[in-house]
Design a protein around this ligand. Sequence first.
Ligand code: FPP
Length: 259
Amino acid sequence: MLNFLKKFRKAKESSVELIDKIKEIKSREVPEHIAIIMDGNGRWANKRALPRIAGHHEGMKVVRKMTKLSNELGVKALTLYAFSTENWKRPKLEVDYLMKLPEEFLETFLPELIQENVQVRIMGDKTRLPDHTLQAVEQAIQKTKQNDGLVLNFALNYGSRAEIMEAVKTVAAEIEEGSLKSSALDEDMFSKFLMSGSLKDPDLLIRTSGEIRLSNFMLWQLAYTEFWFTDVLWPDFKEEHLVQAIAEYQHRGRRFGGI
Ligand code: FPP
């Protein structure tokens, strides 16, 4: 039996319903790649008269929970929007804290991720990341690169337009030097030049906190993705919400432009 289910069995009775729902979604096709715009940390903290960074800290714990559940469900990749190229505009204290979060997360949970066969990756412009952030992430990537369970992909200093622009420049340079023929270029090949590389396009996108926009996130990769929006703030996001999102996804008819 799933470790996760075992744990829930021991938990309070209200979890019985959740266990049933988990079993139900597991019996159908689970999305292979889920992408999440984790939003609402600041509002969560404001509501409690706490500093915004308290919301980010709470949000980090939710990252752990969603990683565990996704892995148990057999999801192959979970991409999390942790820091956008626009987030540098925030107050220095908040930016500094957000840059410490990956370290804090990995210091605490890397052994667990290794044990659970999770592979850590990042996508984004690494050049502007502080050394301490980059080192922590690179170390996690190294230590988990042999794992073949869930890919936990952090979008860190990520912006989709910049990603597409960089890919276009690389393609143009390769065409110019003669290593690539423009006639050979197609959508599949172009996708490989993006930071998501070989990752399949997300099947399901979740955005929390009631905002209904993409905020420069995976604009190319989300072309045929199913979207699921919720008013729940990220620190309040629970297993039952992910299960609900997946259950609704499973009832959608994906036609990819066909009939
Ligand atoms: C958006 O909420 C959230 C972020 C910019 C940061 C997201 C980061 C985490 C959830 C933690 C990441 C954890 C790891 C391990 C890297 P907001 O601050 O814009 O919220 P608001 O819209 O309510 O102000």
